[in-house]
Design a protein around this ligand. Structure first.
Ligand code: 3HC
Length: 312
């Protein structure tokens, strides 16, 4: 088949919602944008472990500590699924990690904010994992098979993450005045960065049009952001907390919440490496990678010994 008929065959499959698998022909631009998005998604999971790991030793009860441990371990697993999905596109995991550690690769802006109090653990589960679920559930129907399948397992675990976070917030809001204030302070600090997780507005997004055409994205950045606001504001009401947006108002006509302007200067500042914790996060990632060298060598030696024994 010549490239023209290969392209037509690919587009027909996208049209008919037939999954694209690793061995299928795909346009180079499709493959490249998948590598870009999946690798950044994987980096986000791995870096996303850091802000919460900060509170494992400080969790107020054994139950909270166990949940925090389980969540951070889940995020590591999510990263591994996604690196594996990315490798099916013909890239090396070592190269992806080198791009992360050099600062060349992006990861989600949200993980460049500090976790200052225990309430941040609640706000991250409730808002950050809540936003992640909003964005990741449609990815279970992404046109690229390995990515979609990785997301199915990940989304099941995300709902536990969101629920345990919301329960932390509920406990604090039913507690002392100081605890409720701590929850409100966390909402104040995590609300707008959570909205930024969905990416630039549709008019400024450089990849959304292609990603929608190729069935990688099923909704645009603004559509998912709006869904997140519509679902989350009533949850804040139940907590008795105030969303820090003076322009937030229910719009009877549209059936959605109108909300204020996002600080895009802050967003682009953070994604270009100048957020509150960017340097600290990359430092921690490079350290962990270097300290983990012996584990990788041992696993490699074991695998080689096993395959030698098998061959003998
Ligand atoms: N943080 C960092 N970079 C971002 C970003 C964010 N929140 N939003 C957008 N960007 C970057 C994009 O990567 C792109 O830069 P690039 O060309 O250098 O890659 C640029 O800004 C333009 O944005 P676009 O909207 O055009 O880019 P996308 O079409 O890729 O949309 C996205 C951005 C919505 C984040 C999309 O990549 C996506 O859906 N990714 C998969 C989900 C994901 O990565 N979520 C991150 C959080 S994971 C998480 O929360 C884990 C949970 O367990 C806590």
């Amino acid at each position: 088949m010549n490239t023209e008929s290969l392209e037509k065959h690919f587009n027909d499959k996208i049209e008919e919602d037939i999954r694209i698998e690793p061995k299928d022909w795909m346009p180079e631009k499709y493959r490249k944008t998948l590598i870009r998005q999946i690798s950044q998604h994987a980096h986000s999971e791995i870096v996303g472990m850091l802000p919460e790991a900060n509170w494992i030793t400080r969790a107020p009860t054994l139950r909270r500590k166990a949940a925090a441990l389980a969540k951070v371990q889940d995020e590591a697993g999510h990263g591994l699924y996604l690196y594996s999905a990315c490798e099916t596109l013909g890239v090396e995991r070592d190269d992806l990690l080198a791009d992360l550690h050099s600062g060349k690769a992006k990861y989600s802006s949200i993980f460049n904010y500090p976790t200052l109090t225990w309430a941040d653990m609640g706000a991250i589960g409730w808002l950050v994992d809540g936003a992640a679920i909003m964005n990741q559930v449609p990815l279970c129907r992404a046109s690229y098979g390995p990515y979609a399948r990785a997301m199915v397992r990940i989304c099941k675990e995300e709902s536990f993450h969101q629920r345990q976070g919301y329960e932390i917030m509920l406990t604090l809001c039913k507690g002392s005045e100081e605890q409720k204030n701590m929850a409100q302070d966390a909402l104040n600090r995590w609300w707008w960065p959570s909205l930024m997780m969905f990416g630039p507005t549709d008019k400024d997004s450089k990849h959304t049009a292609d990603s929608m055409r190729w069935g990688i994205k099923r909704f645009t950045n603004d559509e998912l952001r709006q869904k997140f606001v519509d679902v989350t504001v009533p949850q804040a009401d139940i907590l008795g907390l105030t969303v820090p947006d003076k322009d937030l108002k229910w719009n009877e006509e549209s059936g959605h919440y109108d909300f204020g302007e996002i600080n895009w200067e802050e967003f682009y500042n953070v994604i270009s490496g100048n957020g509150p914790c960017n340097r600290e996060r990359l430092e921690a990632r490079r350290n962990a990678h270097d300290k983990g060298e012996w584990v990788r060598e041992a696993a490699q030696a074991y695998a080689e010994k096993k395959s030698r024994n098998k061959a003998a």
